[in-house]
Write a protein that binds this ligand. Structure first.
Ligand SMILES: *Cc1c(COP(=O)(O)O)cnc(C)c1O
Length: 408
């Protein structure tokens, strides 16, 4: 059966339901659109699928940047092995879950001295993105008489061709160029740094299992090479992630079985890498865990026809859901899966443009899309909104009301 994001949720009486309740019932009980609703059940299902399909030895980390809602992060933390953070605020959200801080990893370019210092003092693992950052970590370690736990993030020489968003290879602000690493490793040996291992993250939103398998194989080979040059045991390999989810009709879901098999095939190579205990092998995922679990809901407040085109004007918009408006890195605008939540299927349909409250033509949530015929007070739902939804949107633009966020 082809993938249909509607299948993630239940439909009763032609209405999309979460936890057995329709959007109208939820609205009546105080769950007020414009809002995001995240389903714990869907998140738990995704993590279980990962656990069931990937080798048992693989540690799954959640990348908070995909969705930093504290209640959601806290729920996810009970189901995963660690958290990936990229800012002071994310670090605080992660620490507040009560997770063992050595299972938190701080990544990202341009970390401030203060961020590094707080990470070191809290025993958080730091993925170093530049040689200057390594030197700062050495300084902080020496000053505090506390060895920083560090991964070196590698900018590899191979290219991840099929990522929705490339984040490694060639010239990059991420990681340290592979060819600079041997010399740095010599320096690290005499520094105050406790080098736990290496990190590679090559890109986001990858639906092609072959591409993931290729980069994971290359990652392990590179780590093996660097570890033998380092000539000391390592403890950790963070081999990235980038697992994508389908957004548009031409997308097919990632073949997770293939990724699992490839990881299994890599385990002897991982076991052959110089270490004193089994290597902590991590994948870090954001979108794959939360993307399908979240919906964005807004309400139709006006309907009009302008020169032959029908507009549904909502109380939401791209200030809440930028990605669905096509303005978050899309080259050709495509519609997210959008429905009338209280009339999912209807014999009477209409081609409409769905827009938000912002005074810009960019604020388009659905372009020329055929939906059940809608009226004022109907609910618009945008599926696949759990990752890079609210958190990646310009919420202050036009000073419109914020969206509510609910975890159910
Ligand atoms: C953004 C990011 C992730 C998460 O990416 P997803 O595509 O949401 O899984 C993981 N690791 C790093 C280093 C990142 O920058």
């Amino acid at each position: 059966m082809p993938y249909n994001p509607l299948d993630i949720f239940e439909i009763h009486d032609n209405a999309l339901c979460i936890s057995g309740k329709s959007i109208a019932e939820l609205d009546y009980s105080g769950i007020k659109p414009p809002c995001y609703i995240y389903s714990k059940q869907v998140v738990a299902k995704k993590i279980k699928l990962l656990r069931d399909t990937l080798p048992k030895s693989i540690k799954i980390h959640y990348s908070i940047k995909a969705n930093p809602l504290p209640a959601l992060v806290s729920f996810i933390t009970d189901h995963v092995d660690g958290l990936e953070v990229s800012s002071m605020a994310e670090m605080k959200i992660a620490l507040a879950t009560g997770i063992d801080s050595s299972s938190i990893c701080l990544t990202g370019p341009g970390k401030s001295y203060e961020e590094l210092e707080i990470a070191v003092k809290n025993n958080i693992v730091i993925s170093a993105e530049s040689s200057l950052e390594l030197h700062r970590l050495d300084e902080i370690g020496t000053e505090n008489m506390h060895k920083p736990s560090v991964l070196i993030r590698i900018n590899p020489t191979y290219t991840q061709k099929r990522a929705g968003m490339k984040m490694a290879s060639g010239s990059s602000q991420f990681g340290i160029d592979a060819e600079q690493i041997p010399e740095l490793l010599n320096w690290v040996k005499d520094s105050c740094i406790d080098l736990h291992g290496f990190h590679i993250y090559s890109g986001s939103q990858i639906l092609d299992a072959e591409a993931i398998n290729f980069s994971q194989k290359k990652t392990i080979e590179l780590v093996k090479q660097f570890t033998s040059e380092y000539n000391k045991p390592i403890k950790t390999i963070n081999m990235g992630g980038g697992f994508g989810i389908p957004y548009f009709s031409k997308h097919t879901p990632l073949d997770l079985n293939s990724v699992g098999k490839n990881m299994q095939a890599l385990s002897p190579v991982i076991e052959s890498i110089h270490s004193e205990q089994p290597i902590n092998t991590i994948i870090e995922l954001g979108r794959y865990i939360v993307g399908e679990a979240g919906i964005y809901v807004c309400k139709v407040v006006d309907k009009k026809i302008s020169r032959g085109k029908t507009y549904l004007i909502t109380n939401g918009g791209m200030h809440h859901q930028l990605a669905a408006s096509g303005n978050l890195g899309q080259r050709n605008r495509k519609n997210f899966p959008v429905y009338i939540a209280n009339k999912i299927y209807s014999p009477i349909t209409e081609v409409v443009n769905i827009v938000g409250k912002l005074c810009t033509p960019l604020d388009l949530l659905g372009d020329n899309i055929e939906l059940s015929k809608a009226e004022v007070s109907d609910y618009i739902v945008i599926l696949q909104s759990g990752a890079y939804g609210y958190t990646a949107s310009p919420i202050n633009f036009l000073s419109q009301p914020k969206a509510n966020e609910y975890l159910m």
